[in-house]
Design a binder for this molecule. Structure first.
Ligand SMILES: Nc1ncnc2c1ncn2[C@@H]1O[C@H](COP(=O)(O)OP(=O)(O)OP(=O)(O)O)[C@@H](O)[C@H]1O
Ligand SMILES: [Mg+2]
Length: 369
């Protein structure tokens, strides 16, 4: 659905705020601490049921208040919809969709898909392979929700195999008993590798194109780097079995798709090690935007993109390119909400709603476009 409005009550610094969301680009501008990221967080929670900043409900409820309430309004092909979230520390979060209670927002068909860019997420480019693996698995899940099961089964098989390795080391089991788990890891592992490969195949050309148009020059590339080159479950199982001695020595499963990585590079060199701050930012943006296009193609609707403090560290030319790209995606129905402290930094263009977030906590605000 197309998001049209957010209302929050006693959420973070906002006592009462109403935000009109435009069809393409909405810009929230205001001073440091005025509550811009708080509003993005509120949108994210209303779309997913959880925060991208914290898991502690206490932090989300305004100081001195007992209950935070969020309402997100939108228009789907079948009419208007409303998602409401109630947050009260010490209690389960309460969700209502079109006024009926639901247990989990993630299962709700009409909820907007959503993606966040925040400076914290640069860890995806700079950090450990585990972050990129988890991310590509989430993309697989967003592209093809039914394939989530393989990832879960692989995690369970690995946990069982590792537990057995511990028992064998303690002399409580024999190494022959590993056979069944080698097979399970091989079977689910190859499925997960196939999914990751298919997702990266969809993303890679888009990543190259988008990164290029954002000004990440010098041949940007996104490549899947599997730990194993096996193409069948049998081959992967055989590789895992062949490493039993090492695994028993170390006490964990040392080989398999849980050691895969995703390579983001330009000019043949990894952004992780050689990218400048701005280049790493552009790499992350290109990845998120490429995912948004791929998800829009496969699911028939583009995720809402929340861009927190995206323009800092980008030069004026690259800021312009980013806004142009968001505008072009916006013209195809993909919404973006951007925060900035300095409106002067943003090149203006049509289809952009500007919303001032006034400073001062506990304000009662109507943030109309
Ligand atoms: N539970 C809460 N109750 C009241 N105020 C809160 C709560 N949680 C956070 N705040 C306040 O919200 C403000 C931060 O809001 P936010 O992070 O949205 O600012 P911002 O506009 O994004 O600023 P910046 O431009 O620096 O990123 C801080 O002043 C913080 O004290
Ligand atoms: Mg902020």
């Amino acid at each position: 659905m197309l998001v049209t409005k957010l209302k929050v009550r006693d959420f973070r610094s906002h006592e009462l705020a109403e935000l009109d969301v435009g069809p393409a680009i909405t810009v929230l501008h205001g001073d440091n601490g005025s509550g811009k990221t708080n509003l993005l967080e509120a949108v994210f929670i209303a779309c997913t049921g959880r925060s991208f900043r914290t898991s502690a409900d206490r932090e989300l409820v305004r100081f001195g208040a007992q209950l935070a309430r969020l309402e997100l309004y939108g228009e789907g092909p079948d009419g208007a919809h409303e998602i409401a979230v109630g947050i009260s520390p010490g209690e389960a979060r309460r969700f209502h969709v079109d006024r009926s209670p639901v247990a989990r927002l993630l299962d709700v068909e009409i909820r907007p898909l959503v993606t966040v860019f925040s400076p914290d997420r640069l860890e995806l480019v700079k950090g450990t392979p585990a972050l990129r693996r988890a991310h590509i698995d989430q993309v697989v899940c967003a592209l093809w929700p039914a394939r989530m099961a393989s990832r879960r089964s692989l995690g369970q098989a690995l946990a069982q195999r590792n537990a057995l390795l511990t028992r064998i080391r303690a002399g409580q089991a024999s190494s022959e008993s590993l056979g069944a788990w080698d097979t399970e890891v091989g079977r689910h592992g190859i499925a997960v590798m196939d999914d990751r490969r298919s997702a990266v195949a969809l993303l890679a050309p888009r990543f190259g194109e988008i990164a290029d148009s954002l000004g990440l020059d010098g041949g940007p590339e996104l490549v899947y780097r599997p730990r194993s080159l096996a193409t069948t479950a049998q081959e992967l199982t055989a590789e895992i079995t062949a490493r039993r001695a090492t695994d028993l020595d170390r006490g964990f499963s040392s080989h398999g798709p849980h050691r895969d990585d995703l390579r983001l590079a330009r000019g043949g060199r990894e952004l992780r090690s050689y990218g400048s701050q701005g280049q790493q930012r552009l790499g992350l943006l290109a990845l998120l935007l490429a995912e948004r296009e791929a998800i829009a193609d496969s699911r028939g609707r583009a995720p809402l993109l929340l861009l927190d403090d995206v323009t800092s560290e980008l030069d004026p030319e690259r800021r312009q390119r980013l806004i142009d790209l968001l505008g072009a995606q916006g013209a195809k129905g993909a919404q973006s909400i951007i925060t900035t402290t300095d409106l002067g930094q943003l090149p203006s263009r049509g289809q952009m709603e500007l919303i001032a977030v006034p400073s001062g906590v506990s304000q009662t605000t109507s943030l109309a476009a």
